[in-house]
Ligand binder design. Structure first.
Ligand code: HEC
Length: 113
């Protein structure tokens, strides 16, 4: 019996450790969480955590992609855009920004909400 319990416990650990990264990484909603966009823009981009953060709801995929890409490249025109830029590029963060393909997937998913 002890052995069976042990095996079961290990399986649970493996599944919960691997699932969020491998299974969800390559979908719009998975990437939105993986890159922590959700921490500022809220659930499905429609519940921003502060007035400085715009809602992404109701925007087209092209608009989301183009604006996000500009901010990530450090070409945002506002001081607020620095908040988002710094989240990916400050030396204290180890996060990498999403690739162009990944940002496209996030944008398409958000626009479908
Ligand atoms: C640390 C908080 C933060 C994180 C993380 C973050 N953003 Fe932002 N985002 C902002 C802020 C603040 C602005 C407003 C910038 C401005 O007004 O110029 C913004 C603006 C945007 C805009 C432009 C919206 C508009 O209509 O002007 C898009 C699109 C966007 N973010 C997408 C994303 C995506 C996709 C991610 C994840 C890869 C992400 N953001 C992660 C804070 C964040």
């Amino acid at each position: 019996m002890k052995v069976i319990h042990y095996v079961f416990a290990v399986q649970i650990l493996v599944v919960s450790a691997v699932n969020p990264v491998v299974a969800e990484e390559k979908t719009g909603p998975g990437l939105f969480e993986y890159y922590a966009c959700v921490n500022c823009h809220g659930t499905e981009g429609g519940k921003p955590v502060s007035k400085a953060v715009p809602s992404l709801a109701g925007k087209s995929a092209d608009e989301i992609y183009t604006k996000a890409q500009k901010i990530l490249l450090g070409e945002g025109a506002t001081s607020e855009s620095e908040i988002m830029h710094t989240a990916f590029y400050s030396p204290s963060q180890c996060d990498q920004p999403p690739s162009q393909d990944e940002l496209r997937m996030i944008s398409n998913w958000l626009a479908s909400k």
